[in-house]
Design a protein. Structure first.
Length: 130
């Protein structure tokens, strides 16, 4: 009997410690999230670079960037495909180019890291309804 009670106390203590540990893990997770793709961060990066051609709402601009909200092409790509695409862009000379206007590598912002571009991919994915 005595042993059982002791076990119960030890178990309860263990649970309390586990709960605290869980809390710590969560805050660690939040730290990691800043490096993980974030559509929210992607939206800001999009607004400062891509929007000059695609518009603040990503609905495209005449003779500049295409509408990304209705792009079936975007919908068909995997995240890895989109990341690879953003790194190289699509020059007017590319047979896949439909507008005769250059889509510059990294949207013309060479300082974008892969992590930045992954966040932009997450944002573009979030606004694409095709
Ligand atoms: C200088 C103007 C310009 C900038 C800046 C620009 N784009 Fe583009 N983008 C274009 C043009 C033009 C096209 C269409 C190319 C074509 O005719 O196929 C395009 C195409 C795309 C496509 C393919 C759409 C489709 O349906 O084929 C995606 C996705 C895209 N851009 C994303 C971005 C992102 C994300 C950024 C910012 C990192 C960006 N673009 C910055 C001009 C631009």
């Amino acid at each position: 009997m005595k042993r059982t009670r002791l076990l119960a106390i030890v178990l309860a203590g263990g649970l309390a410690i586990a709960a605290c540990g869980g809390g710590d893990d969560d805050s660690g997770g939040n730290g990691d999230d800043s490096a993980a793709p974030s559509a929210e961060e992607g939206k800001q990066l999009f607004g400062s670079t891509c929007a000059s051609c695609h518009g603040q709402d990503a609905k495209g601009m005449p003779d500049l960037g295409k509408d990304l909200t209705t792009s079936a092409w975007v919908a068909e790509q995997t995240d890895a495909d989109l990341l690879a695409f953003l790194k190289v862009g699509r020059p007017a000379s590319d047979p896949l180019n439909t507008t005769g206007v250059d889509m510059p590598p990294k949207g013309g912002n060479p300082s974008f890291t892969d992590s930045d571009l992954e966040s932009i991919v997450a944002y573009v994915r979030s606004i694409n309804n095709a």
